[in-house]
Design a protein around this ligand. Structure first.
Ligand code: 4AD
Ligand code: MG
Length: 460
C-alpha cells in the first residue's frame, strides 16, 4: 500500500477504508489503555491523529514512539470522536523508521526563532517553518504561472559572471587560483588570465543584463535565480544569497513596467490568500495579528504612485523627526519608506529618482537629473521591487557608463544590443525573500529561506 498524505486523508470521507500514513510524531498523549499520536508529514499544518490501543502493541515499540520519531501507521480511517479533527486512524500496524533515545532538540513549545536558526537542519519540522516553506513554494509556483500565462519566457541567466550588473562592487569572487601563491602580472597584480575562465569572475548580483539580451529577441522574458551580494549589511531584510525574479519586457515604458509590477504583486498575494489559507491563518495567529488584513489591503487598493521629488516634499513637510533628514539627491532610508507607506496606507511606487543614486543602465529623463527608476515600497519590508526603463540609446548609455566608470570594454555585448535593433524596454527585480517576509508576516529574512547566508553565517 502506498501511503497517502496527511493533507489528503484529512479531507477524506472514505470511512472504514484501510489507509497508511507516514510522518514524524508531533506529540503523544493518552491514558493507560489508549494513546493518541499526532503525526505530521509536512503536507499541511494539521496533524493526523492515530489512535493506538496500548494492549495491542508491544511495549518496547510504543516506548520508542516519542516526539520527533518517524513512524508509519496502517489502520482504519474513522470519523473522529474527539474535537479538533474530522478523521483519525485506528492503528492496526505500526512501523518505526526513526527512533532515538537522546533528548529531542525540538521540544513542544516556546523555542525562539533565534534558537531555531541554530538548528536550521531540524526547524523545517516546526509548524512555523512548515508553513513558511509551503507558502514559499506556492509563491514560486505562482510566479512561474503568472508569467507563463502572460506569454513570458523563463531564461536561465548565468550565476558566474564577468560583469557587475548593478555597478555597486559588492560581488563574491569566483576563482580556482591558489590564493596563497597567485600568478602575478607585470604590473604586480594578480594575473586573472591564468584563472579558470581567463578573466576575473564573480557570482552574479542580478540576471538583468543577460535578461535584456533575451528580451531583445523573445520580447517578454523573466529570470528566476539566486543572486549574491557581498554587502555587509546585517539587517533583517538583507541576505548575501537571495532569489530574484527579473522580468524584462521589450516595448514597455516605465508606466507599463509599474502596471506589470502592481498586477503581479496583487496576483501573488491573492494566490497566497486562496491557496495557503491554513498556513496564513496559523501565521496570523502566531506572528502578526494584522497579517491577513495587510494582505487584503494590497489586493484591494490601487498603489500610490508618485515621484521621488514629491515624496521628499511629503517627508519634509510631515513634521516628523527622522533620524536622517530627507534631502533631495540622497537615497531614502528605511524610516522614510516606512513613513510613506504608513502615510498613504497602501503600497507606494516611487519614480524619477536622482540619476546619481541609481544604476548606469536606467533611462535618463529630459531634465538630465532624474532617471526612469521605480521602487515599489511595501509595509514593513520597504523596497520589495526595484526596476526601471532602460536606456536604449547607444550614445547616451555609453556616456552614462563613462561617467559612472563602468568598464565599457567588458560590456561590449551589452552596448551592442543598443547598436543592432535597439528597442524601448523595461524591467524590474522582485526579491523573493522580501515577498515571503510580507506574505508570511515573519520579520527576519533568516526565517524565510531554509538555509540563510548572511555575514559570518554559512552553517548548514
Ligand atoms: O533594486 P535591486 O538592486 O535591483 C536590481 O538588481 C535590478 N537589476 C532589478 C531589475 O531591474 N531587473 O534589487 C531588486 C530587489 C530589491 O527590490 C529587493 O527586493 C531585493 O531585490 N534585494 C534583496 N533581497 C534580499 N537581500 C538583499 N541583500 C537584497 N538586495 C536586493
Ligand atoms: Mg534597489
Amino acid at each position: 500500500m502506498i501511503n497517502t498524505s496527511v493533507k489528503t486523508l484529512l479531507s477524506s470521507t472514505d470511512y472504514d477504508s484501510k489507509v497508511e500514513v507516514k510522518g514524524w510524531v508531533r506529540s503523544k498523549r493518552g491514558s493507560k489503555e489508549v494513546a493518541f499520536i499526532a503525526i505530521n508529514d509536512g503536507s499541511t499544518i494539521h496533524n493526523m491523529q492515530a489512535v493506538v490501543t496500548i494492549a495491542s502493541f508491544p511495549e518496547e515499540v510504543l516506548k520508542t514512539i516519542n516526539t520527533g520519531a518517524c513512524i508509519g501507521v496502517k489502520g482504519k480511517l474513522v470519523k473522529s470522536q474527539g474535537a479538533g479533527q474530522m478523521v483519525e486512524i485506528v492503528a492496526e500496524e505500526i512501523e518505526v523508521y526513526g527512533a532515538f533515545d537522546e533528548a529531542y532538540p525540538l521540544q513542544k513549545k516556546g523555542h525562539t526563532l533565534e534558537f531555531l536558526r541554530e538548528i536550521a537542519h531540524l526547524r523545517p519540522r516546526t509548524n512555523t517553518f512548515g508553513a513558511v516553506f509551503r507558502v514559499r513554494h506556492a509563491m514560486t509556483y505562482a510566479i512561474h504561472k503568472y508569467f507563463n500565462d502572460r506569454g513570458f519566457y523563463n531564461i536561465h541567466t548565468p550565476i558566474i559572471t564577468g560583469s557587475d550588473a548593478e555597478g555597486a562592487g559588492q560581488m563574491f569572487r569566483v576563482t580556482t587560483l591558489d590564493m596563497k601563491n597567485p600568478p602575478m602580472n607585470p604590473e604586480g597584480g594578480i594575473d586573472y588570465k591564468e584563472d579558470f575562465f581567463g578573466k576575473e569572475t564573480n557570482l552574479t548580483v542580478s540576471g538583468q543584463l543577460e535578461g535584456e539580451l533575451a528580451a531583445m529577441a523573445l520580447s517578454k522574458i523573466y529570470t528566476f535565480g539566486p543572486t549574491f551580494r557581498a554587502e555587509n549589511s546585517n539587517t533583517p531584510r538583507h541576505a548575501a544569497e537571495f532569489w530574484m525574479i527579473e522580468p524584462e519586457m521589450a516595448f514597455h515604458d516605465i508606466n507599463d513596467n509599474m502596471d506589470v509590477a502592481e498586477d503581479m504583486l496583487k496576483y501573488l498575494v491573492r494566490y497566497a490568500l486562496e491557496h495557503c489559507k491554513d498556513d496564513l491563518e496559523f501565521l496570523n495567529s502566531m506572528y502578526d495579528k494584522e497579517l491577513l488584513k495587510k494582505l487584503d489591503i494590497v489586493v484591494n487598493n490601487t498603489f500610490k504612485r508618485m515621484s521621488y521629488t514629491d515624496a521628499i516634499e511629503v517627508l519634509k513637510s510631515s513634521g516628523k523627526k527622522f533620524e536622517f533628514l530627507p534631502d533631495w539627491g540622497v537615497d531614502l532610508q528605511k524610516e522614510h519608506e516606512n513613513f510613506l507607506v504608513e502615510h498613504f496606507g497602501k503600497p507606494v511606487i516611487l519614480t524619477g529618482y536622482p540619476k546619481d543614486i541609481k544604476a548606469f543602465y536606467m533611462k535618463l529623463n529630459d531634465d538630465g537629473k532624474t532617471v526612469r527608476a521605480m521602487d515599489v515600497l511595501f509595509p514593513y519590508v520597504g523596497e520589495i521591487i526595484g526596476g526601471s526603463q532602460r536606456e536604449e540609446d547607444h550614445d547616451k548609455l555609453l556616456k552614462r557608463m563613462r561617467e559612472m566608470h563602468i568598464p565599457e570594454k567588458e560590456m561590449w555585448w551589452y552596448l551592442d544590443t543598443r547598436k543592432f535593433g535597439t528597442a524601448p524596454h523595461s524591467g524590474f527585480g522582485l526579491g523573493l525573500e522580501r515577498l515571503i517576509l510580507f506574505v508570511t508576516g515573519m520579520s527576519n529574512i533568516r526565517d524565510v529561506i531554509a538555509f540563510p547566508r548572511t555575514p559570518k553565517n554559512a552553517e548548514f
